[in-house]
Design a protein around this ligand. Structure first.
Ligand code: GLA
Ligand code: ZN
Length: 675
């Protein structure tokens, strides 16, 4: 792969964040200070105008952009580039007052009142028109400015709208999808059940809280529609900026584990993936390195949406956020560690929400680089400054990428389907956490892993892990077979292949759609365990692993049995199997076996696939960024004590020291080793 930096003008990694000078018009002294302090902290980019609509256009058709031109100029002259947001994330009062249709309707059918943010109707033609107007004005004033390097579309697109316009679009969407044939929809949603058959598409309502929300097909299609409609909305903004400024790349910031939109769909419309990373570090429910692993998993989800390209960490919090149950400050050294984690995972940026704390309103106590104190000698400021220096030292890594040969399948609509299963237990399905636990185990083995949707190309990989692949999209079963047939190592678990894309159960044995041939088993029953229950998987080599939550009872056709249950009425029946298929192997893990025991299976798969794994101390995170002829290894000590990592060779760019075999890292220390 050739090295391709996201921002050639920056010549290195981008360091910046949200900047709201429009909140400080009465304090020109502060604005002057900002530029001086940004330079001191090694900031080379600012994200402007995320929520500036009421300043840009205080009354309909009255515009005020001079300040923006002025600030972009000033920043540019000081080597600070602008990422320019479209202001559609929040609306001025006059707009809602005059055109109430732009305000969302909730799932009881009530129109929202004016206020808050991230709450426009995605279907409203009036909203699209007003957004289009303001973007045209923005471009007129600053779109061609050499300081502007990217468009940031809206902000954290999210939520649903149940207004009449959205309902109509939903009905049309369904008619389109089911070929205008209501009997097709009735069959797909199994509507004879509870007399749910519709006569016409225009009878269908979305899943109102006080209406039809027991129809699984409807629930799922509504989520898909919401993604489709949000994507259509986002595309309407992208179309305008691409027409007016074709050379500027476009992004829109995603959120960690956000469940309301299938980001894979939106990703295809964006030039670069960016996301807002707010890990809950030093919490009271997991170890620090486990929180870091969770965040690493989110980075991998985002990175993998555009394979072979760096992504952006668009926001993160220096200090703390203000919306967690407990907003603990970042301990000394953690800012650098978590920022470097983003770069290690493939981000070319470290960005903050926000540069300076606002004096008032909802986020006045949210962390920022500059505190209300206003000084550049605070602990937080100094940590940001220190990071700025470190980012310069590793600027060569910009444009390099992570080349993973293993992938974990993670699908939003699979997740939606699992969450809506009426059965098993409400409390323990935990799709996200199960996926995370597998990702973490690969991370601990130092094996780079992409996290991809099941419609991406499997043939880029040697190992595929498919946790709880409950719903199979069309073609997935065949593509998995082709993957294994060509020599791939595949692992699937309990709850694989129960339903098709409409959530109709497969007949003739799970996993369906031909997957029982691939795995050589049929899953006949699934047992749901109470939190205090457990079983045990006894492996043929004498080792064992604890089983919690779910246990399938398997019929083995032609697979070999690697482990059997140790307890209950299904004692001695198979729980883990492996089936040779073509040149590869298909593993089936019929129960939720402890993460630490899964490690042994993963090692076996890596050995078969010829993928090297590492001996890392627990809590040390490893990544490798490369391009033609260049390789950088990142080692992050996500623990509170010093550690020794073996087999590391090269130069640590952060301290210019040669590493010959042994790398010692202090608490939270990072090494970026050039090979
Ligand atoms: C989100 C938003 C920001 C800000 C932060 C606070 O990421 O995009 O505007 O509200 O949350 O953490
Ligand atoms: Zn609407």
């Amino acid at each position: 792969m050739e090295k391709k930096s996201l921002f050639p003008v920056i010549n290195g990694l981008l360091h910046g964040g949200d900047y709201n000078p429009d909140q400080w018009f009465d304090r020109p002294d502060i604005l002057e200070e900002d530029i001086r302090m940004m330079k001191k902290a090694g900031i080379n980019s600012a994200t402007l105008g995320v929520f500036s609509w009421s300043i840009y256009e205080p009354l309909e058709g009255e515009y005020n952009f001079e300040w923006l031109v002025d600030i972009i100029d000033k920043l540019y002259k000081n080597g600070i580039y602008t990422i320019l947001s479209t202001p559609s994330g929040a609306r001025p009062a006059w707009l809602d007052e005059k055109y109430p249709e732009v305000m969302r309707v909730d799932n009881y059918g009530h129109r929202n009142h004016h206020g808050e943010r991230h709450n426009h109707c995605m279907s409203s033609p009036v909203y699209r028109e007003k957004v289009s107007n303001i973007i045209h004005k923005l471009v007129e004033y600053v779109g061609k400015h050499p300081g502007v390097i990217m468009w940031h579309i809206s902000n954290e697109l999210s939520g649903e709208c149940f207004c009449p316009l959205c309902i109509k679009r939903f009905q049309n969407y369904l008619a389109d999808k089911f070929d205008n044939d209501i009997s097709k929809l009735n069959h797909a949603w199994w509507n004879t059940f509870w007399s749910h058959n519709y006569n016409r598409f225009d009878q269908i309502e979305p899943p109102f809280k006080n209406g039809e929300n027991t129809n699984l097909g409807l629930n799922l299609e509504w989520k898909r529609f919401t993604t489709w409609n949000m994507n259509e909305y986002m595309k309407s903004e992208i179309k305008i900026v691409k027409e007016l400024t074709p050379n500027l790349p476009v992004t829109s910031n995603f959120m960690q584990f956000y469940g309301g939109l299938d980001y894979n769909v939106l990703a295809d419309e964006l030039d670069v993936i960016s996301w807002d990373s707010y890990p809950e570090l030093h919490n009271n429910y997991e170890k620090f390195y486990e929180s870091m692993e969770r965040n690493s998993f989110c980075h991998a989800i985002m990175r993998s949406m555009k394979r072979g390209k760096p992504f952006m960490m668009m926001e993160s919090a220096p200090g703390f956020v203000n919306w967690l149950p407990y907003n603990k400050v970042r301990r000394p050294g953690v800012h650098k560690l978590s920022s470097m984690q983003a770069v290690a995972c493939g981000s070319d940026t470290v960005q903050y929400f926000q540069w300076r704390k606002g004096r008032g309103s909802f986020e006045q106590y949210h962390g920022a680089v500059v505190d209300h104190l206003g000084k550049d000698d605070t602990r937080i400021f100094k940590e940001v400054e220190d990071l700025g220096i470190a980012l310069k030292k590793i600027s060569k890594t910009a444009g390099t990428i992570i080349e993973a040969k293993t992938a974990l399948l993670y699908d939003w609509d699979n997740k939606w389907a699992i969450e809506d299963i009426k059965g098993l237990s409400k409390n323990t399905k935990n799709y996200d956490n199960v996926c995370l636990s597998f990702y973490s185990e690969f991370l601990r083995l130092g094996i780079e892993m992409d996290v991809i949707s099941s419609d991406r190309d499997f043939l880029n990989y040697d190992i595929i892990i498919a946790p709880m692949l409950y719903m199979l999209r069309p073609g997935v079963a065949d593509r998995l077979k082709a993957f294994v047939n060509k020599g791939g190592q595949l692992l699937a678990t309990y709850l694989t292949g129960y339903v098709d894309i409409n959530q109709l159960c497969y007949l003739g044995g799970f996993p369906g759609d031909g997957l029982n041939e691939l795995f050589g088993i049929i899953s006949e029953e699934i047992d749901t365990l109470y939190p205090d229950d457990k079983n045990i998987a006894e492996f043929t080599d004498g080792s064992s692993g604890i089983i919690k939550d779910y246990a399938e009872i398997l019929r083995v056709n032609n697979a070999s049995v690697l482990a059997t249950y140790g307890q209950d009425f299904y004692k001695c029946t198979p729980v883990v199997t492996a089936n040779n298929y073509g040149k590869g192997t298909a593993y089936y893990v019929g129960a939720r076996i402890a993460q630490s025991k899964m490690r042994d299976i993963f090692i076996q798969m890596a050995q078969k696939a010829g993928i090297e794994y590492k001996k890392l101390p627990l809590g040390v995170e490893y990544h490798k960024r490369t391009t033609d002829g260049e390789s950088y290894e990142f080692y992050l000590n996500n623990t509170e004590s010093s550690v020794v990592v073996e087999d590391v060779n090269g130069t640590n760019l952060l301290n210019d020291k040669k590493v010959n075999g042994i790398l010692e890292l202090e608490k939270y220390e990072i090494a970026v080793v050039e090979l």
